[in-house]
Design a protein around this ligand. Structure first.
Ligand code: ADP
Length: 315
């Protein structure tokens, strides 16, 4: 009954062997599993929770590799479909000298965009407490309709719905189209996690009120090493982060979301965030997961176990 079901992109990230170069200058790339909702499912499973991933990859060696990585992490992949008619999506990523990331996607169309509403199986939500999605799967049809359909089914069943926009401008025809679609999906969610720049892009100067007006109950803004800020309609506060030796921040936000959702899934029905002491403890745990992810390279390989998080917290 406590399963966290995530839906969205699962793809290959090609990351440079050497940081600080623009994409055109990178001499060699290493393949790594990527896709934020898949990372969140892996984080939940690694932390000892139950997780299922809904998505589509190509029926090709990269797709088989991605499925195996999720299975090894303990994620249920019965809902990961193999596309006979498109290849696994590829993203080449470079970390520029100024710390910003450049993305180049091979997705014309990529298998992840071809998940369709007709392919969704209602039983994938049967044992779920939480449904989580992002905005990348909203950027192309039919995956956009499939994402919305699954979120609506989850709401009808009374599940907690979580949304991390994870805006990727390179995947959209225009920034305006991205903002409009990503903002309209807020109304599907109970819990939203954003970065500060995503907060500005979606809410402009309305701030947290933008989310509460659309029915959101918990808004969390992550702030890198500074930790996070939370807002509910009745309370707000800061939960400081942890000082660690960060070597690669890839996946920190997804680890953070996994750390929060694995706890929400235990008590999803009683809206536990209304107990502010509980919420602060949950966010401290999530901050610890995010911090630990930055101490190792990659996203999924860097995810900690629950025991590692508790040891880090001195609990
Ligand atoms: P995103 O990856 O979505 O941009 P952040 O970079 O804000 O999100 O990271 C998410 C969370 O991971 C933060 O709220 C914090 O708890 C943790 N974190 C990220 N970077 C660091 C860091 N350099 N040191 C310690 N904790 C970090």
């Amino acid at each position: 009954m406590h399963t966290v079901v995530t839906l969205g992109e699962l793809l290959i990230d090609f990351v440079p062997e050497e940081n600080g170069l623009p994409l055109a200058a990178v001499p060699a790339f290493r393949k790594a599993p990527g896709g934020a909702p898949a990372n969140v499912a892996a984080a939940v499973a690694k932390l000892g929770g139950r997780a299922r991933f809904v998505g589509k990859v190509g029926d090709d060696p990269f797709g088989w590799f991605l499925r195996a990585v999720l299975e090894e992490t303990g994620v249920d992949t019965r809902s990961l479909l193999l596309a006979p008619d498109a290849k696994t999506t590829l993203a080449f990523v470079s970390l520029r000298a100024d710390g910003e990331r450049d993305f180049l996607f091979y997705r014309d169309p990529g298998a992840d965009t071809l998940l369709s509403p007709e392919e969704l199986d209602g039983s994938w939500l049967d044992d779920a407490a939480v449904f989580h999605f992002g905005s990348v799967s909203l950027s192309a049809e039919p995956a956009r309709s499939a994402t919305r359909e699954m979120a609506e089914r989850a709401r009808e069943r009374g599940l907690l719905v979580s949304y991390d926009p994870n805006l990727r401008p390179a995947l959209w025809p225009s920034d305006a189209a991205m903002r409009e679609e990503a903002a309209s999906a807020v109304a599907l969610a109970d819990v939203v996690k954003v970065s500060e720049s995503e907060l500005d892009a979606l809410a402009g100067d309305k701030g947290p009120a933008f989310f509460f007006d659309r029915g959101v109950s918990l808004l969390v803004i992550t702030k890198g090493e500074a930790g996070c800020v939370y807002h509910t309609p009745h309370a707000s506060g800061t939960v400081p982060g942890f000082a660690v030796r960060a070597v690669d921040t890839t996946g920190a936000g997804d680890g953070f979301v996994g750390g929060l959702l694995v706890q929400l899934a235990q008590r999803a029905k009683d809206r536990p965030w209304e107990d502010e002491a509980w919420l602060r403890r949950a966010l401290r745990f999530a901050n610890a997961v995010g911090a630990l992810v930055t101490t190792k390279r990659g996203a999924i390989p860097a995810l900690p176990t629950r025991e590692e998080v508790l040891a880090f917290l001195g609990a």
